[in-house]
Design a protein around this ligand. Structure first.
Ligand SMILES: Nc1ncnc2c1ncn2[C@@H]1O[C@H](COP(=O)(O)OP(=O)(O)OP(=O)(O)O)[C@@H](O)[C@H]1O
Length: 696
């Protein structure tokens, strides 16, 4: 079969290649495929470099840089200030040596000793002219310098005498200055009195050679071959010079044809070894604005997990609008990264002890700082990590016992009811107020509508979904929250240390908007948290080390997933933030539920009317309310255990059923008149309700 391959770009223009034969067996006629006159596409893109460096344009970065510089200056001032008397003593002790050195060098200078070797040479070579010239030069110099010294001595002595008479205090100041100066010159060169306040470790500068060495060492045959051949032929080249970018270096380069940044990201550790850096310093990535072969290699001065992070800006002050992006962490270059919680549902996954709970708590704190929101915090680990949120929580529970699960179930049933109610409210609003059929900031602020943000955080959510009795119901409510919640102002956030299909049901993992994946062990967990295909496209949380606490891949905010180190807010700091949030909420009038000691209503989502009817015998005309309460407690102890007769009366009243005196017999067989309800009234109420449901 004749070869029909298009020649490589490296072939000379006009090189003939065989074309497809018209008839089998006919010899092919070579035709040129590279037309030298084919016009080029010209410049397709132009990128302007910023006139102002980014740190000068960004207020936060500028403040961080200024604070860093001021901090260093302040530290040096305090360090040296404390040691000043000791410096003075040491310099005074060294002043005689300094004075001798000064006299010796002044003496050498006056007698022009530096030119002595030249004069010696002239004598040895018997160069009379040269010698005479040098001797004349020396004579002139000695005269002039001697004069300078004599004048300085006379004026110096005169000035000292004048000071002695006119301002003796100043004489001491000058004398002390002279002693310290002599001491300064008397120091041993290898042991200066005043050392640096901060010891710095110098790092090797990142150069092109080091980058190529690193890339060569990852064992990719195409890269190694391209480096050996000089790169150009294989399309490998640096596209701009290596620059400082934040606390590190950035190198942009084109990889050999067919190699993608993913091939490099996979071998991050080998690359770090080749660059002679810790793996936490080395962050290869693609450039979303460029072609698939462009690599951006960012090499930090220190590993991301060792770089001291700036304090979270909302720690001390500031209010949040959940509809707007809020700062919650930094990228590798210590630039702030923002998150928008509204209209999102969130999943957080990782192996244990990587910082999921801290991250979930941070996101809940952000939500708490919007005074309109309701916070529902459920910690199924049971260690109280979400405890700092209690003062602002509408619903809060820590633990995984049956009564904890039931509390959460009731709270989530309330949310389900709320979803229904909100959908109706939104449907009823005119288009002008609700143009996109979803909650807007204005609607959320209108207290009469009750469309404020509701943020639910569930840590170790797998415990809920795996529960024998309520697992299925809990999963269905959470899936509903994930799917419908964002448009209705309800944000569900789920964290799990076991990201598998059972812990994070696909209904949730597939519909989540924001995804945070801290270290995981395999590609299945990676894709379950970050989304299908992420591992394949190089977004791999498996690359984090166990020391990368709080560092995650974040997907869903912006075009591409990015690496973020979440701000470190420990429990005491979280309590401070929650206290601030509580104050704001008190002013706004939004302290509800758990924060004022109320729990969820256990009957929400339950068919109380149906249950009442179910416990009344078909042959009973009317039953005492207290008896109905006992029977209900038997039917569903988890819901009705604490019910008394009054609860039954109150529960059926909204359905138009009024209790009245009913004649009956006590368990002991005595006749008595007590409050009760008629079965016919209940049947009529159920019928009315069903008819209404069918009609709507
Ligand atoms: N953003 C962060 N920066 C630095 N360290 C952090 C950060 N977040 C958490 N850590 C550290 O990681 C440790 C584990 O955090 P956390 O309890 O949130 O982990 P986890 O993944 O929820 O663990 P588990 O799976 O056991 O519940 C914390 O003790 C904390 O010191």
């Amino acid at each position: 079969m004749t070869d029909t391959t298009v020649p490589a770009a490296t072939e000379a223009p006009g090189t003939p290649v065989p074309a497809v034969p018209e008839q089998p067996g006919t010899p092919s006629t070579p035709v040129p495929v590279d037309n030298p006159n084919l016009p080029g596409p010209g410049v397709v893109d132009e990128k302007r470099k910023p006139i102002m460096p980014p740190w000068l344009r960004d207020r936060a970065e500028f403040t961080a840089a200024a604070q860093h510089a001021a901090g260093r200056l302040g530290y040096a001032a305090a360090y040296h200030g404390l040691r000043l008397p000791w410096y003075g003593l040491q310099l005074a002790a060294m002043s005689p040596r300094g004075a001798c050195r000064f006299i010796a060098s002044a003496n050498r200078w006056v007698w022009d000793r530096e030119a002595a070797p030249l004069r010696d040479h002239a004598v040895r070579t018997e160069d009379v002219d040269e010698y005479l010239h040098l001797a004349r030069l020396r004579g002139n110099r000695v005269r002039l310098r001697g004069l300078v010294v004599a004048v300085a001595a006379v004026f110096g002595t005169g000035f000292a005498l004048w000071l002695y008479v006119m301002a003796p205090a100043f004489l001491w100041v000058f004398a002390a200055g002279a002693v310290l100066t002599c001491g300064y010159f008397g120091q041993q060169p290898d042991a200066p009195v005043i050392g640096p306040a901060v010891m710095r470790t110098e790092l090797q500068k990142l150069t092109g050679t080091i980058v190529l060495r690193g890339l060569d060492s990852i064992g990719n045959p195409r890269i190694s071959a391209a480096i050996k051949r000089g790169g150009d032929m294989d399309g490998m080249r640096f596209t701009s010079e290596i620059v400082r970018d934040g606390p590190g270096y950035r190198a942009d380069l084109d990889l050999p044809y067919g190699v993608t940044p993913d091939d490099i990201m996979e071998k991050r550790e080998a690359l770090a070894s080749g660059l002679r850096r810790k793996v936490g310093c080395v962050w290869p990535s693609g450039d979303p604005d460029e072609h698939e072969g462009r690599l951006v290699l960012w090499v930090g001065d220190r590993p991301m997990n060792e770089t001291s992070k700036p304090a979270w800006p909302l720690l001390k002050d500031g209010q949040v609008d959940l509809f707007k992006p809020v700062v919650f962490g930094n990228d590798q270059r210590m630039r702030w990264v923002e998150v928008t919680l509204m209209f999102a549902s969130v999943v957080i996954g990782s192996i244990p002890r990587m910082g999921k709970t801290f991250l979930l708590r941070l996101l809940l704190l952000i939500a708490a700082l919007d005074p309109r929101s309701w916070i529902l915090a459920f910690d199924l680990k049971g260690t109280g990590d979400l405890g700092p949120l209690e003062p602002v929580a509408h619903r809060y529970r820590s633990g995984e016992e049956d009564d904890d699960i039931e509390y959460i179930l009731h709270a989530l049933r309330e949310v389900k009811e709320e979803l229904r109610r909100r959908a109706k409210v939104i449907r009823s609003l005119p288009r002008s107020r609700c143009p996109e059929s979803k909650v807007t900031p204005a609607l959320a602020s209108d207290k009469s509508l009750g469309l404020h943000p509701i943020v639910i955080g569930i840590d170790e959510c797998q415990v809920l979904f795996e529960h024998d009795k309520h697992g299925a119901e809990l999963e269905s409510i959470c899936t509903d929250i994930t799917k419908r919640g964002p448009a209705l102002g309800i944000v569900g956030m789920y964290a799990t240390q076991r990201p598998d299909a059972k812990s994070l049901p696909t209904g949730i993992s597939a519909n989540a908007v924001l995804r945070f994946c801290l270290k995981v062990m395999n590609h299945t967990a990676n894709d379950l948290v970050l989304g299908t295909g992420m591992y394949k496209s190089g977004i791999r949380a498996t690359m984090f080390s166990r020391r990368d606490l709080g560092i995650c891949w974040m997907g869903g905010e912006g075009d591409d997933p990015r690496i973020v180190a979440s701000a470190f807010v420990d429990a005491p700091k979280a309590e401070q933030v929650a206290a601030r949030a509580r104050k704001m909420r008190e002013e706004y009038g939004n302290i509800t539920g758990h924060a004022i000691g109320e729990g969820p209503a256990k009957t929400v989502g339950m068919d109380v009317l149906g249950d009442v009817l179910a416990v009344m015998g078909a042959d009973e005309k009317a039953v005492w309310c207290e008896r109905i309460a006992d029977r209900l407690a038997e039917l569903r102890p988890d819901v009705y255990a604490d019910w008394k007769g009054e609860n039954v009366t109150a529960a059926v009243k909204p359905w138009g059923i009024n209790s009245g005196q009913v004649w009956g017999t006590t368990d002991e067989g005595e006749g008595a008149n007590r409050r009760g309800i008629k079965r016919a009234d209940v049947v009529a109420a159920v019928t009315r309700r069903e008819a209404d449901r069918l009609a709507s």
